[in-house]
Design a protein around this ligand. Structure first.
Ligand SMILES: [Mg+2]
Length: 270
C-alpha cells in the first residue's frame, strides 16, 4: 500500500487509549455520545487530529469502533502500541509505511538476535507459572497470565533476565504482556503521529489508564496528559507528578472531563 500523503498542518493532536479509558465494557453505551459531540465541536473550533492509541490489533480496534457504534471515526490509530494508520477520506486505514516497516524490521532483527533469551524467558514462565506463551505472525512473543499477581511475578523475572538487553521492551496491560522494541511503543508512536501532522509535544494531549500508557503519558511526547478516575494508582501518581490531570469520573465521562480541563469550549454539552 502507498504511504498516505502528507497531512495538512494540525496544531493539536489528541491521543486516547481505548479499553479502560474511552471504552467501558459495562457502559451503556460503552463510549458516551457526549465524547463525540465534544470532539466534533473541538475540531470545528480548532485545528485538531484525534486518534486512538491502543494495544489492540487494527482489525480488533476497528471491530471495537463498530461495536461501540462510533458515529465518527478517528483521524488516526496506533495499533499494537506501535503500528500507525491514518484514515483516508473514504474511511480506509492507510499504514504509515515508513514507520511501520522500520518498526517491523527492527523487531524482527531484535527477536532473531534474542532468540535464546526469549526461549529462556518462555521456559521460566512455563515451568513456574500457569501463564500462556503467545507466538504468532505479527506477535512474536507475548504472555497471558492467570492473575495480576502472576503477571507481577513474571515482570520481576523478565526484569532480571533482560537486564543486559536495553533494546528489548515490553508492554504490560493487566494480565497481558507483549514483548517488543524499546523504541516502538505508545509514546514514540504518538510522537511519529505528531510529526506527520507537523505538530509536537507541546501540542499533544494523551490520556490512558494502564501500564502500557505510561510512555505516551510522558512530557517528552505529550505535554497535556490525563488519566480517568478508574486508572491504576501508578498511572494516577505519574500523571500527578508530571502536572497532568486526574479525572474524578471514570472511563468516557473522565475523558470528557479531561478534555474540558485542557480545551475549554463554548459548548454547553454535559
Ligand atoms: Mg487501557
Amino acid at each position: 500500500m502507498k504511504a498516505p500523503a502528507p497531512a495538512p498542518p494540525v496544531a493539536t493532536v489528541l491521543a486516547f487509549d481505548f479499553d479502560g479509558t474511552l471504552h467501558d465494557p459495562a457502559g451503556q453505551p460503552p463510549v458516551p455520545a457526549g465524547f463525540f459531540e465534544l470532539i466534533q465541536q473541538l475540531c470545528r473550533e480548532h485545528a485538531m487530529a484525534w486518534g486512538i492509541n491502543t494495544g489492540r490489533s487494527l482489525p480488533f480496534i476497528v471491530e471495537g469502533f463498530a461495536e461501540s457504534r462510533f458515529p465518527i471515526l478517528p483521524d488516526w490509530v496506533v495499533a499494537r502500541e506501535r503500528e500507525i494508520y491514518f484514515r483516508s477520506p473514504r474511511g480506509r486505514w492507510l499504514p504509515h509505511d515508513t514507520w511501520n516497516r522500520t518498526c517491523a524490521q527492527q523487531i524482527h532483527g531484535l527477536f532473531k538476535r534474542l532468540r535464546k533469551l526469549l526461549a529462556t524467558i518462555r521456559h521460566v514462565v512455563e515451568e513456574s507459572t500457569g501463564a500462556e506463551w503467545l507466538a504468532m505472525d505479527g506477535e512474536p512473543a507475548g504472555i497471558i497470565a492467570r492473575t495480576e499477581e502472576e503477571m507481577q511475578w513474571i515482570i520481576g523475572q523478565v526484569q532480571t533476565l533482560t537486564r543486559d538487553e536495553p533494546l528489548l521492551g515490553w508492554q504490560r496491560n493487566s494480565i497481558y504482556l507483549r514483548f517488543g522494541h524499546r523504541d516502538f511503543q505508545k509514546g514514540s508512536s504518538l510522537a511519529a503521529v505528531a510529526r506527520h501532522y507537523a505538530s509536537g509535544p507541546a501540542n499533544c494531549f494523551a490520556m490512558g489508564d494502564s501500564h502500557n500508557d505510561m510512555e505516551m503519558l510522558d512530557p517528552r511526547h505529550a505535554q497535556m496528559v490525563a488519566c480517568p478516575g478508574n486508572a491504576l494508582a501508578e498511572v494516577k501518581h505519574h500523571v500527578t507528578a508530571v502536572g497532568g490531570y486526574v479525572a474524578q469520573a471514570g472511563y468516557g465521562a473522565g475523558v470528557i472531563e479531561a478534555i474540558r480541563h485542557f480545551f475549554p469550549t463554548q459548548s454547553n454539552i454535559t
